[in-house]
Design a binder for this molecule. Structure first.
Ligand SMILES: [Cu+2]
Length: 137
């Protein structure tokens, strides 16, 4: 009977460990405040990822994202929609680095993602092109 219980727990353990290792693969970036008082973060979007994909910024301090995409013809965008927190980004990204300014006003974790898709295929978010903007004290 004990052995059966163990067998039931095993798949759960496997799921837990695989989600922990996925977490460890986050490309974390903690923004620092430049001498002009702005937190600048360079972001690159490609197939199908953002680099970095976990960005930590301070609340109530202006942020400037400088966003570009990798070479290639696949269109990408970036969406972070949390207007209550002063964040409302919706931008088609190009190879030219484009600045996006905002000041996050509320601590929290906000999803960022690309919702482009080709015909009826999965959208890029479903293919892994997503990340987290984390606003901290
Ligand atoms: Cu995309």
């Amino acid at each position: 009977m004990k052995k059966i219980k163990y067998l039931m727990v095993l798949p759960l353990l496997l799921v837990l460990t695989s989600s922990i290792s996925a977490e460890a693969e986050d490309k974390l970036y903690r923004a620092s405040i430049d001498s002009d008082g702005i937190q600048r973060v360079e972001i690159v979007g490609g197939e199908y990822y953002y680099e970095p994909d976990h960005i930590i910024v301070k609340v109530n301090v202006p942020v400037e994202f400088i966003i570009r995409k990798t070479a290639g013809f696949t269109p990408h965008n970036i969406l972070i929609q949390a207007p209550d927190a002063g964040i409302d980004i919706s931008l088609d990204i190009t190879k030219d680095p484009t600045p996006v300014k905002f000041t996050p006003s509320k601590v929290g974790k906000y999803p960022m993602y690309c919702d482009k898709r080709f015909l009826f295929f999965k959208n890029h978010r479903e293919k892994g092109m997503e990340g987290i903007l984390e606003v901290v004290e």
